[in-house]
Design a binder for this molecule. Sequence first.
Ligand code: NAD
Length: 373
Amino acid sequence: MKKCIAVLAGDGIGPEIMKEGLKVLDAVAKKYGHTFEYKEALVGGCAYDAYGHPLPDETRKVCDSADAIYFGAVGGPKWETLPAELTPERGALLPLRSIYGLFANLRPAVIFGPLADAASLKSERLKGGLDILIVRELTGGVYFGRNKVTSLALKEGTVQGEYAVDYMIYSVPEIERIAKVACEAAMKRGKKLTSVDKANVLESSKLWRKVVIDYVQKKYPMIQLNHMYVDNAAMQLATNPKQFDVIVTENMFGDILSDLASAITGSIGMLPSASLSETGFGLFEPIHGSAPDIAGQGKANPLAQILSGAMMLKYAFGLSKESNAIEHAIMSVLEDGYRTGDIASANTLKDKILSTSGMGIKVAEYISKVEGK
Ligand code: NAD
C-alpha cells in the first residue's frame, strides 16, 4: 500500500517524538511492504516564526494533498502572549479540526500490563488491567462557540470591561453523529456506554442527554447506556475506573476527563488519539502538549506519538495487522524492562532507562521481531 502522510511535528518535544514515530512507521513499511511518503510542514509557534501564522497556506496545501495528518504538539511560553487567533492552539489546532471536520476524537486509556506499577491508583483498583475508550466531541461546545455567535455584540473570549464570555453550543445533528461513533465503538467492545454531561445545570447538556437517549434507544437498544454528571464522572474515574467501557462526552469535558484518565494510566506520554471526520480522514496525535519543560533534553516519552501512528494505520489506512504489530512491539519492549524516565518504576535497578531516541530505536527493532507478516 502507498500512502502520503502530512507530518506536522510542531513545537517543543514535537520534533523529537515525531522522529521516533517515523522511525517506527519506516520499520512497519519495511516489514509489511508498504510505502509511506512523508510531507513535512510547519505548524504552531515555529510556523508563526517562519510565516507569521501558526497554520500557513503552505501547511494547509500539504494537509489537503495527504491521506492523513500525523501531528506532534504545538505551543510554548514564547507564543502565549500573541493575539488569541495567532496562538498555536487557537490559530492552528482548532482550525485544523474544523477545516477537516474532525468531530470525533477517540482517546483510548489503556494500561499496558508491565506498567501497572507506574499507574497512580492502587493496583487492586486496576486488577486485570484497564481499557477505557473516551469518545470526545471535538468541533463543538465551548471551544467553538465563537464561530456560532459572531453576530452577537459580545465576542466570545474577549474581555468586555469586567466580563469575559464563552458560549457552549450544541445542535441535535452534532450530538447524534458523535453518539453514532460512540455506539459503533461500544458494539465492538463491551456494549456499555456512559454519556457524561452537566444536565443538572447546562441547557446544552440537557439537549445532549435527550439526544443520546433517543439515539441509543432507536439505533442501538442492545447497548447498556448510563449517564453521569461530569463532576461525578471525574470522581468515579479516579476511584473506580474499571466500571467504564466507552465514555462519550462533549468537547471540554472530554479534554479534562482524558487528562485525568492519563494520570490513572501512569503517564501522559503513553496516550495517543485519533480525530476523525465523517469521510474517515483523520489527524493523529498524542494527547499531551509540547512539554516545553523537557524539550531538547532527550527525556520525552515517544510512545504516545508512536501509538498515534498505530491508530493512523488502523483508522485511516485500514492496516489493523500493522497497527497491532506496533502495540505488540511496545508491549514486548516494556516487558523487557525498557522505560523512559516518566514511566520508570520504583525499582530503578530493574529498569533500563532509555532516551527519547533510544525508545524509538528499540520499538522499531522489536517490530521486526513481531511474528507474522
Ligand atoms: P503538556 O502535556 O505539554 O505537559 C504536561 C506535563 O507532562 C509536563 O510536566 C511535561 O513534561 C509532561 N509530559 C508531556 N508529554 C510528555 C512526554 N511525551 N513524555 C514525558 N513527559 C511528558 O501540557 P502543558 O504543560 O499544560 O502545555 C505545554 C504547552 O503545550 C502549552 O503551550 C499548551 O498550550 C500546549 N498544548 C498543546 C497541545 C497539542 O498540541 N495538542 C495539547 C495540550 C497542550
